[in-house]
Design a protein around this ligand. Structure first.
Ligand code: CP
Length: 302
């Protein structure tokens, strides 16, 4: 893993996932280590972010590292027409590691091919969000005490949702049963369903919530992402397709936990927040420990 970029969750093996989870657990118990003291980490966000950027920054600060970068490409020379390649060839000279979020699918892979320092994909369009996936795995392991044989419901934008694509791929190593709930327009793409079939894994598909939530160990909710639609009318048709309410959780399993990568718009009603099965804000905190684990692993410090 040392000096290896993390672009897709498939860049890591099942053993790597388990190693990151173990390391994240160590960092959660002891977060104030100075492992990044002599490191400069570049954080290039070409798309908005709250959790990914700030949890990386929090992780870097707690580990004693320095952060450079931008939160808005409009303040960089990209605004003057500089290419992604030239931006990366410059930033690699200033840093030991590059974290990048970009709206174009494949941009992080391209940056990693150009860069001499490792690149971490912090989300590339509708493609991949591997660090979110690793913090999701950590959250699932913490709440269920295992990753094996779980009943997982994925809800919302399953077509463009990069977090659900990464999660589906990673969890397919642990014999899950999946249920997909989404409007027809935003169904899980065929290639992911074929992947599950090729591994002999079961899935069901619905267009709305039903009794299946009573069998779930994890309900992973995602928002309909306005920014992925080229036609605003299409977004208007599906934006309020499903809302998880507290009243729907009365017959669910004790161990059920509700996850959401956030931000939420209205797909989880605020009355769910006080239910002990709501886990999404703790999930966001887990991002700090998972990202500590990922960075120190890639830099060969652990
Ligand atoms: N989960 C996630 O990627 O959130 P942000 O867009 O706020 O970083």
């Amino acid at each position: 893993m040392k000096n290896k970029s993390l672009i897709s969750i498939n860049d890591y093996s099942k053993e790597d996932y388990l190693e990151i989870i173990e390391l994240a657990d160590e960092f959660e118990k002891n977060p104030n280590q100075r492992l990044l003291e002599d490191k400069v980490i570049a954080s290039l966000f070409f798309e908005p972010s709250t959790r990914t950027r700030l949890s990386f920054e929090s992780a870097i600060s707690r580990l004693g590292g320095k952060i450079i970068g931008f939160t808005d490409a409009g303040t960089s020379s990209v605004k003057k027409g500089e290419s992604l390649k030239d931006t990366i060839l410059t930033v690699e000279k200033y840093s030991d590691l590059i974290i990048m979020r970009h709206p174009v699918e494949g941009s992080s892979r391209y940056a990693s091919e150009v860069s001499k320092v490792p690149v971490i994909n912090a989300g590339d369009g509708a493609n991949q969000h591997p660090t979110q996936c690793l913090l999701d795995l950590y959250s699932i392991k913490k709440t269920q005490e295992t990753l094996e044989n779980l009943n997982i419901i994925l809800v919302g934008d399953l077509k463009y949702g990069r977090t659900v694509h990464s999660l589906l791929q990673a969890m397919s190593n642990f014999n899950p049963t999946f249920t997909f709930i989404s409007p027809k327009l935003l169904q899980m793409p065929k290639e992911y369903k074929l992947m599950l079939e090729s591994k002999g894994l079961k899935y069901e598909e619905y267009t709305e919530f039903n009794d299946c939530i009573n069998k779930a160990d994890i309900i992973y909710v995602t928002r309909v992402q306005r920014e992925r639609f080229s036609d605003p009318m299409e977004y208007e048709k599906v934006k309020n397709s499903y809302i998880l309410k507290n009243s729907m959780l009365s017959d669910t399993k004790e161990n059920l936990r509700i996850l959401h990568p956030l931000p939420r718009v209205n797909e989880i009603s605020e009355d769910v927040d006080s239910n002990e099965k709501a886990y999404y804000f703790t999930q966001a905190l887990n991002g700090v420990y998972a990202r500590m684990a990922i960075m120190t692993k890639i830099l060969g410090l652990k």
